[in-house]
Structures are given as C-alpha cells and as structure tokens.
Write a protein that binds this ligand. Sequence first.
Ligand SMILES: [Zn+2]
Length: 343
Amino acid sequence: MSDQNSNGLDRRAFVKSAAFGAAALSVGATGVLGTAAKAQAAGPAGYQHTQNFSVVTIGTGNPIPDKNRASACTMIQFNGHYYLLDTGNGSNDVLAENGFAYRNINAIFYTHLHADHMTDFVDLMINRWMTGGKEMQIIGPPRSGAYYNFMIDFFADDLTYRQYRGYARGVSEVGMFKGIDVRELTGSNRFELDGMRIRTEPLTHTMYNLGYRFEANGKSIVVSGDTSYDPTLIELAKDADVLVIDANIVAAAAKKGTEEQAFTDDSIKKPKPKYEFAGNFDVAPHMGIDEVAKTATAANVKTVVLTHLPPAPFNMAAIKPYFEQAGFKGRVIEGRDGLEINP
Ligand SMILES: [Zn+2]
C-alpha cells in the first residue's frame, strides 16, 4: 500500500464504499463475531509491511474538518506492531480502511493534549479491546492518564456491558480495565520499548508538546507533534532518516494582520492556562513553511514528511522553493492518510 487516496475516492467516500470494517466491529461488540468477520475487522485486505520499521501518516489534517484528511495521527510500525502518535478525529477509520488490525497497537503516545490530537481515543481503545488487544502502553505529557481515567469512569457501564457480551470470545478486563500501563513524561527522556530506542524532548507550542525520536535497525524516525520554530527539534531530528513535521502554515511564517498576530500583539489580554504543563499561550503555535524548511535543512534529515495540513489543495510547487532556498538536499513528501514511508 502506498496511497489510498490514489483510488480517486475521497477519504469519507472510501469509508462508505468499504464500510465492512466498521460494520464488522459493531457486530464484534455484540459478541457474535465469526472467523470471517474477524478477518474483516482487521481491515479491507490486511496490511502487510515490507520493512520491519516504518512510519505511516494516518491522519494528516489540522483541526478544520476535511473530507480528505483525518486529524493528527502518525503510526510507527515495528515488527508488525503499531505505535500511534496521537489519535485525532478520523484516525480510527483510516486504520480500518488501510487494514491495520487494532489489536496490533502496542502503544499510544501523545505529543500533546490538544483535542485535534486526541478525540478518537475512546473508539480506538474499544475497537482494539474488542478485537483481541491486551496489554498496552499509553505514554504522553502530564494528564494523559486523566483522559484514560475519564473514559473508564464515564463509559463504565458501556465497557462493562461489552466485556460481559464478549466473554465467550475471550474478552476480559485486560486491554481496557487492566493491563494499561500509563506513563506521563516531561522533559528529556530516553527509554526502550519492544526493542526500539525512544527519545523525547519538549518543544515550543501553546500546549506542552513532546517531540519523539524512534530508532531501530540503525534507522531513525522523528515526529514533531505541534511546534513553533524550536532549535531543540533540530537537535532531536539530527541526521534522522525521516522527520514527520507540523506544516500547518503552508506559507511563510506569521504575517501582521493574520490570526497569528494574536501571539505577538501585547494589546490583546492573554488568558492563563488552568493546568500545570499546559504549554505557553504566548508563543506562535506552528512554524511557517520557511521555518519547516530551515529546520529540516539544519537537522540534515533525509526525508521530511509534511503533516497537520490545512484543507486547501496541497501545492508542492508552491512549497518547494522554500526548501530550495534553505538548501535542503533530501526528499520532501506531502503526508497523506494511509501513506507508508520506509526509512
Ligand atoms: Zn496543537
């Protein structure tokens, strides 16, 4: 699979024309899922990786509704297991459309706790659990655990009912009520998970944001989450094979008279965050495309994948000059939902 959008259907139309994934899952929730239906629940054809370490852009849009792009979600595939970075609106559907079996999700990482990076969490967790997912990790900034706890509390009777109905096919507390290891991170961290080396660094955003670097097989994949221009990202992404980067502003950085002006105009009274580690409301939320090009060039990455894109048609011809001007020597790729990139 390289690009589901090349079938000529928009993302939502594709969901409708191949809706058996979602239908099979709703059957699964009632506990009568047969073997054939189980295979369908994994997705249309069942995804097969060609290399055992890759990155798939699952949701490449920004918060504005877009029939072609789900909101933020990026997937690291390692040895056939999936590690989701963020779970934005629509990402649950894109996983099914592309044949990624929910039960193979070993971890969900959050870059930050903005809604457009999170709201498919409940659907994903239930689908994973109902299709055989057991122990897993949830890793993210402070208060990531509160989101999990909210789900367990608010949907308590829904979840208990599903467990009861799923008993005959092996659904237990594990995968929802038990076996979920939640780790909240701040600052610089280095750890291993399932044989991958992982590093996190905080990056500048209006919400506390962690950038992630994954290393395996001598290759490296970096995911920025949302960030304004930040030299720490250059250091985190140094010589990486793939950098999946927030390119929300596909024009040069903030100009006067735009929405971005709110972040530089001192006459506007700024609200204060309610929670600790909420980020910084005073900074620009994203880079301009000139700053994206500058970051990729300074980091010397081989491939840069643009994501968090606005609904307007993507125009690579308008973007390339920024990378040429920066002296970028690598590949520039437009992130699309379901696109796999092998490092
Ligand atoms: Zn954000």
